[in-house]
Design a protein around this ligand. Structure first.
Ligand SMILES: Cc1cc2nc3c(=O)[nH]c(=O)nc-3n(C[C@H](O)[C@H](O)[C@H](O)COP(=O)(O)OP(=O)(O)OC[C@H]3O[C@@H](n4cnc5c(N)ncnc54)[C@H](O)[C@@H]3O)c2cc1C
Length: 487
């Protein structure tokens, strides 16, 4: 689908800042595999799966996210956000169907019933652009959202942090280390992650009444590093910067012909890497729906399912991140006492380790039941089978995949006839293979997978009629019937 992307800036990443987002989760990496940039991300970034949590000088808890994964992609890759944005821009240019316009600020949006008129300001002057659909991806401080008078119910935390991006001469293990209450940081939290180019990202929790300018001075940041790693530690600074977080949630992700994605729609605290990863999942959820609507293969009501699925996902992320923020910055004596008890017990007892909350890492959210997915929709991992992977099979981006478990050639041929009526292709799957195992599906079943790698339906009675009914639901029954009648 042809699109115009307008960016008021002319660079990738945040101006002047080194790292912002760093941890990219498996679902995002699978989406990047489909988009054709995963290999570049893997080659440049740092793959990790082990996270270790400390309280005081003792380790309280370790996780290995690799343990139960069936995916071709690892649980996480760490990479500075500007690299990720750079690779995406390169790919957009390579695919050559998007008109990418830098130094183009959107100043006004008229969201009419038939079209959206966008006013654009550039160094060469102003102009108006008419579009069928408009996606606001202008981030946390979206002026477009504000101009539409939409409420986001923001809440700002008083918790303060300082990022120190640094290169050491001595190598560290490639693991995510976190301290709930580090003895070398006056009993406050610390994060430690390796990123690309041998740069370590250290996040130090600061006193709430600290002076952000003072804590970011190189000599002060150097003292913190020496307190942590000893007086002789050898390092060079890459970037230092303070931050304070806030969260917000837009009440509706669709207003007529305008759709809100990423930080414009929802912002969470950075614990658990749920911000950028969920913006990426928003885009994957919306992309195929918009493409089907533009191609005339679905009615525009399908776009309501974007809100129906991604809004509850944002609520879940907000809840999870708020809990972590409370664990890291307790607000009352009772919360302090509970945290102390959890950390003490976690050193000896398994049950308490689950309560030590230094960040519940981003996952693919399951979607609730809706008219488009009667039983809800759950994500499928990128399993490799038959010389390909699920994501490569979905690479076109707009067609569903009917995985016919243990199907013979005759039943596959019958199902194939549906490919002319609906955006779906079928593939026979080995009933004892890794994909059937991952899906938990027995021979004779057809699993209908959406272009964003979510299961739309699992049909044990896998007749072509049942698959057609599932497809009518997934793309919007009424609209499909109407479109068929028009055709
Ligand atoms: C300290 C920190 C750590 C984080 N760590 C992680 C992490 O590890 N993993 C993770 O997934 N996320 C992380 N995040 C969150 C992540 O950085 C954001 O969620 C993500 O950048 C949001 O992407 P976005 O595209 O929605 O918005 P943005 O990245 O803010 O992009 C907005 C874009 O819109 C453009 N723009 C703005 N206004 C206009 C206009 N009027 N007209 C035209 N263009 C406009 C801007 O130039 C910019 O390009 C972290 C954030 C912080 C602050």
């Amino acid at each position: 689908m042809r699109a115009v992307v307008l960016d008021e800036d002319d660079t990738v990443g945040v101006k002047g800042a080194s790292s912002r987002g760093i941890c990219y989760a498996q679902k995002s990496l699978e989406i990047f595999e489909r988009l054709g940039i995963y290999e570049r991300i893997r080659a440049k970034g740092i793959t990790w799966s082990v996270g270790r949590t400390f309280s005081g000088a003792e380790e309280v808890y370790t996780f290995n996210l690799q343990d139960d994964s069936a995916s071709e992609q690892p649980p996480f890759v760490n990479l500075q956000q500007f690299y990720l944005e750079w690779f995406l821009v390169d790919r957009i240019m390579e695919l050559d169907c998007t008109d990418l316009r830098w130094k183009s600020r959107v100043t006004k949006v008229d969201n009419d019933a038939d079209a959206v008129v966008v006013e654009v300001e550039t160094p060469a002057g102003r102009y108006a652009l008419e579009a069928e659909w408009f996606i606001d991806a202008t981030g946390a401080n979206s002026r477009i959202r504000e101009a539409m008078g939409l409420e986001v119910n923001p809440s700002r935390s008083t918790d303060r942090w300082c990022i120190t991006d640094v290169r050491f001469t001595k190598p560290f293990p490639t693991q995510r280390w976190t301290w709930v209450d580090a003895p070398f940081n006056e009993g406050r939290a610390v994060w430690q992650h390796l990123m690309a180019d041998d740069v370590w990202r250290l996040d130090y929790q600061m006193a709430e009444d600290c002076d952000p300018e003072a804590i970011s001075k190189p000599e002060v940041a150097g003292e913190r590093l020496r307190a942590q790693l000893g007086p002789d530690v050898d390092f060079e600074f890459v970037w230092i910067g303070p931050y304070q977080y806030r969260d917000h949630l837009l009440e509706t992700f669709r207003v007529g012909r305008t759709l809100f994605i990423g930080d414009s729609a929802h912002v969470v605290s950075p614990f658990g890497a749920r911000g950028g990863n969920n913006g990426i999942q928003d885009a994957a959820n919306l992309g195929w729906k918009l493409a089907l609507v533009l191609a005339g293969e679905a009615g525009d009501e399908l776009l309501d399912s974007y809100h129906a699925e991604r809004h509850p996902a944002a609520v879940e992320n907000l809840t999870v991140c708020r809990r972590t923020a409370r664990f890291l910055a307790p607000r009352s004596r009772a919360e302090h006492r509970i945290r102390r008890a959890v950390c003490t017990l976690a050193k000896r007892h398994e049950f308490a380790r689950k309560l030590a909350n230094t960040g519940r890492m981003a996952q693919a959210n399951a979607y609730p039941p809706s008219r488009w997915a009667k039983d809800g929709a759950r994500s499928v991992q990128n399993v490799a089978e038959g010389g390909t992977t699920l994501m490569r099979s979905l690479a076109g981006g707009t067609r569903f995949l009917g995985l016919a478990i243990g199907a013979d050639a005759a039943s596959l041929a019958r199902l194939d006839e549906l490919a002319a009526l609906f955006p779906i292709d079928f593939r026979g799957i080995d009933a004892s293979g890794p994909l059937a195992r991952h899906l938990g599906a027995a021979a004779g079943t057809v699993v209908v997978v959406r272009p964003d790698a979510y299961v739309a339906a699992t049909l044990v009675e896998a007749t072509p009629e049942a698959v057609a009914a599932a497809m009518r639901d997934a793309v919007g029954a009424d609209e499909r019937a109407r479109l068929a009648a028009v055709a």
